[in-house]
Design a protein around this ligand. Sequence first.
Ligand code: C2E
Ligand code: MG
Ligand code: MG
Ligand code: MG
Length: 284
Amino acid sequence: HAKVNGRNQASFYDRSMSRDLVRRREIEAELRVAVQRDELSIFFQPIVDLATGRIKAFEALVRWFHPEKGELRPDEFIPVAEETGAIITLGNWITAQAAKAAATWPEDITVAVNLSPLQIKAPGAALGILNALREAKLDPRRLELEITETVLLDHSQQTEDFIAELSAAGVRFALDDFGTGYSSLGYLNKYPFGKIKVDRSFVSGPNAGKKSDAIIRAVSGMATTLDMAIVAEGLETVEQVEAVKAAGCTLGQGYYFSRAVPDYLAAMLIAQEREKFEPQRATG
Ligand code: C2E
Ligand code: MG
Ligand code: MG
Ligand code: MG
């Protein structure tokens, strides 16, 4: 019996494993043509000044509306694109789309774009971003690149050059998902980060609470001293907003304010807030 069971189990694992593999292969193949088929689009989630409630920036988040599979989350297909190298072409496309949208917004609103490690190490990576900015006629100071610590771990020359070149051109950098990796303070000293984004896990979920509030407080104290802004990610309730404000965060992002929305809705959010805060400019 044991033998039969063992074999059944093995074939069960084989089958579920091959199902995952098949889906992965499909995603891999279909991602190559998804841009041409117009299945990908960039959504924008507002980043809000917690003191005034005004929109300071939007984070560009890629979405894939697959004709059969439905909406695919970036967490599923970005890793595949990283493995196959497709992220380089895809990433260039994302930056170009985000820059184009941002060029239509008021000048005091910036756009944040997530970068994968591979994108940064590709030859001509910095140039590609500067070209996208030029084509969109977007001031480099209105682009912020979000990178995670993983990007910095290998201390490569390419990464250093990439950051130095773009930062000299005026592009800003934000350290994303802070608190999930090594959270090495050395990076904050070495690279020109203007922003630290505290990971959502500190705001909600099983690990949020008194302890994570204290961590946010410590990080925001340090960020203020270093002249960096601190953003709380994943704010879903008014209580969370109050808590991170009390802990010293100056900016916030999350479903409490808005989900990521298509470009025409982002433009509407901007118009609405201009109406509210500067009615004379919005109408005149
Ligand atoms: P991230 O850069 O940390 O982006 C924040 C994620 O949190 C987004 O998920 C966003 O939709 C989600 N989020 C925002 N507010 C809330 C909230 O209040 N509650 C909850 N539960 N979630 C919230 P998304 O769009 O699924 O993206 C996941 C990750 O995929 C991103 O994490 C980023 O690492 C990556 N990603 C997304 N777009 C791109 C892209 O264009 N290029 C690259 N390289 N990576 C991307
Ligand atoms: Mg991000
Ligand atoms: Mg993040
Ligand atoms: Mg993340």
